[in-house]
Ligand binder design. Structure first.
Ligand code: WTA
Length: 633
């Protein structure tokens, strides 16, 4: 499965696009299946309908747990590093992990969870979050992890959309010197849901919480008495493994669906090859399991490869800005995978703090979630990687399930801020607005993929039409990524950012419509328009233009209220950095907001606004340009 040098990559790549089915057929042989597939692939991008490894039977957790636990029961699967460096850190071996997952699986069965049921997971970044996901997969239940920073409303929406039967949560979590009141927020969410029969509550930080019997059950009470073995449910390749909600251009977040067989093959294959993981390596991905990076490259990909990983509950700046580097030294981390926003925020603290650590163990650095600017790339490469560690700039999406474009560590020649080349099996294509393919090199346009790969999105939960419309209708027979992209003279890919109404704040995807809906709930606001603007640390910041009911005299106060509202409805990650009060929005005669103009003004560009003659009221642009009544936080 493993590629060893660049020549081999080129050969494998060529073969993979000329004979995709033979290629994946061979890769899939490396895993443990209860029954082999009859056919590798059936697909069309019109319905869309994609099936991989048809009629294959398996349980992904046998590949994550039983197989590694047989080979090396005492190998460490996870090191846990708590938020507070003085709290207890510990490790879990593969054998222990298997047993813990089985116990929870049995507990879930006892409370009535069956194959196909949906289970929501709303947890801190601790090993039990991973155990919860795997326990669902063990018994064929579909997990829907909701990031612990999301609000009660967001949690309720996700629970309702998937009609989850059980919620797994904790009393609370710690992030720096803050406490996250998970159970309290969950209680609020549950007032708006009807499908949840039981809530399993882990006592993690020992805060006082409300327990409503018989609905709520303490994790320890039910889990500790269970048998440490649970027979895995045998799943079809195309049975759903999980739902993960993500933001798009319009409406509420949608539930991206991934299935079992293809997702397993692709995440495991890409983990091994992108990171070039060796059995003795210590891998650390700083993401949260609430995001796809956590699913694919903390849980499934590494475990299937029998890797040893670090799980960290806290934040990069607590107790100080050296925490990441202290953890690297403590566990002798060889592979460090993080987001550009974290790099930029640590860059701001200077290099003196880094000099207190050796960082000698590092072999490979990774970047994910947003474009990494050249300056951050160089800083990361020089100060963290000491010039000897390649940076794998991994481009992918919740919908792609795994990394699609990335260097292979120590194999692909690098170019700062380029995701470089497609992985085997991936056939990118750049198109213009009309969908014409831009062939050859030195081109820039919209990034699409023209052939399926095993972990491609299968549907959006409960609404297949939305999946078709969002990803497969813009350009016929292509999967549209929503990203802009350049291919340079060497055929290298550089992702330039979203071309739709999604913005990327600190590596988190945020839909303009969601934020605007939240802002519009403020009693003093008639309407609003949100755009992204370049932000030195977050990558993009949120700039919201708001139209008030009556003149506003205290914009700062309004800004605070709006952010309070956004926090309540979505979560703190979507708070506005800038609020500008305006008397109207630039709209076309058909009533469409011209975001292009708003984006330019937010970027500080006041000349060259392009054609404004189609506007209903061009004078509004003049007013907005003045930039009065603005508040920045
Ligand atoms: C962006 C995260 C540039 C991109 C795995 C994509 C990136 C969106 C990169 C998906 C990268 C992710 N370079 N941009 N290396 N990685 N993106 O679903 O805009 O949270 O469409 O998945 O993040 O975000 P998501």
């Amino acid at each position: 499965m493993r590629i060893h040098n660049f020549e081999e990559y080129q050969k494998v790549y060529q073969y993979s696009i000329e004979h995709p089915e033979d290629f994946w057929n061979e890769i899939a042989q490396h895993f443990h299946w209860r029954k082999k597939w009859d056919k590798v692939l059936e697909w069309n991008f019109t319905e869309p309908r994609v099936k991989w490894f048809i009629n294959g039977k398996l349980n992904i957790t046998e590949n994550c747990l039983d197989i590694p636990a047989q080979k090396h029961p005492d190998k460490i699967a996870f090191y846990f590093e708590p938020n507070d460096p003085n709290d207890l850190s510990y490790s879990i071996t593969y054998k222990e992990l298997l047993e813990k997952v089985c116990q929870l699986s049995n507990a879930l069965k006892e409370i009535g969870v069956q194959k196909g049921d949906r289970v929501a997971i709303y947890m801190p970044m601790i090993p039990e979050a991973v155990i919860a996901m795997l326990a669902c997969a063990r018994i064929g239940a579909i997990h829907s992890v909701v990031f612990g920073g999301f609000s009660a409303q967001s949690l309720a929406d996700r629970i309702n959309d998937a009609e989850c039967k059980v919620l797994i949560t904790a009393d609370g979590g710690k992030r720096g010197n803050k406490i996250v009141h998970l159970k309290q927020t969950a209680d609020e969410a549950l007032q708006q849901t009807h499908s949840i029969e039981h809530v399993l509550v882990l006592k993690h930080i020992g805060i006082e919480i409300n327990i409503q019997q018989p609905r709520d059950i303490w994790w320890d009470d039910i889990v500790s008495k269970q048998s440490t073995y649970c027979e895995p449910e045998i799943m079809d390749s195309e049975d759903m493994l999980f739902i993960l909600y993500t933001s798009g251009s319009t409406g509420k977040p949608k539930g991206v669906v991934h299935t079992t067989g293809g997702y397993m093959v692709y995440t495991a294959y890409t983990f091994l090859n992108v990171f070039q993981y060796d059995p003795e390596d210590i891998y650390w991905c700083t993401a949260d399991v609430g995001w796809i990076t956590g699913h694919s490259y903390i849980v499934y990909g590494p475990l299937i490869n029998g890797a040893t990983s670090v799980i960290f509950e806290g934040i990069p700046t607590y107790p100080d800005a050296g925490r990441f580097w202290a953890i690297v030294d403590k566990y002798k981390v060889t592979h460090f995978y993080t987001a550009p926003t974290a790099i930029r925020s640590l860059e701001a603290f200077g290099t003196d703090i880094i000099k207190q650590y050796s960082l000698e163990s590092l072999k490979v650095l990774g970047s994910v979630g947003e474009p990494i600017n050249e300056e951050a790339w160089e800083w990361y490469h020089k100060n963290i990687g000491k010039g000897k560690c390649p940076i794998v700039d991994t481009w992918w999406q919740t919908e792609t399930g795994g990394i699609l474009i990335s260097p292979l560590a120590h194999i692909t020649p690098l170019k700062p801020s380029y995701a470089t080349l497609p992985l085997p099996g991936i056939q990118p294509i750049i198109v213009d607005e009309k969908g014409n393919e831009l062939k050859g090199n030195n081109v820039e346009g919209n990034l699409c993929i023209k052939f399926p790969w095993p972990s491609i999105i299968r549907t959006t939960y409960g609404n297949h039409e939305r999946c078709r419309q969002t990803y497969f209708s813009t350009y016929p027979n292509l999967y549209f990524t929503g990203d802009g992209c350049k291919r340079d003279a060497d055929g290298y890919y550089r992702i330039t950012g979203r071309v739709d109404d999604v913005i990327n704040v600190s590596g988190h995807r945020i839909g303009t419509a969601e934020v605007e809906d939240a802002i519009n709930q403020h009693p003093d606001i008639v309407e609003s328009a949100m755009v992204g603007y370049p932000h030195p640390i977050k990558g993009q910041g949120i700039y919201a233009y708001v139209v008030p009911v009556r003149p506003i005299d205290d914009v700062k106060k309004l800004h605070k209220e709006i952010n309070g509202l956004i926090t309540k409805i979505i979560g703190p990650i979507a708070k506005a950095d800038v609020i500008q009060v305006v008397s109207g929005l630039p709209k076309t005669r058909s009533g469409k907001i011209m975001r292009r103009i708003l984006r330019k003004i937010a970027e500080g560009e006041t000349s060259n606004l392009g054609d404004t003659t189609t506007l209903l009221d061009p004078s509004i642009v003049e007013e907005i340009k003045q930039g009065k009544f603005k508040s920045q936080m």
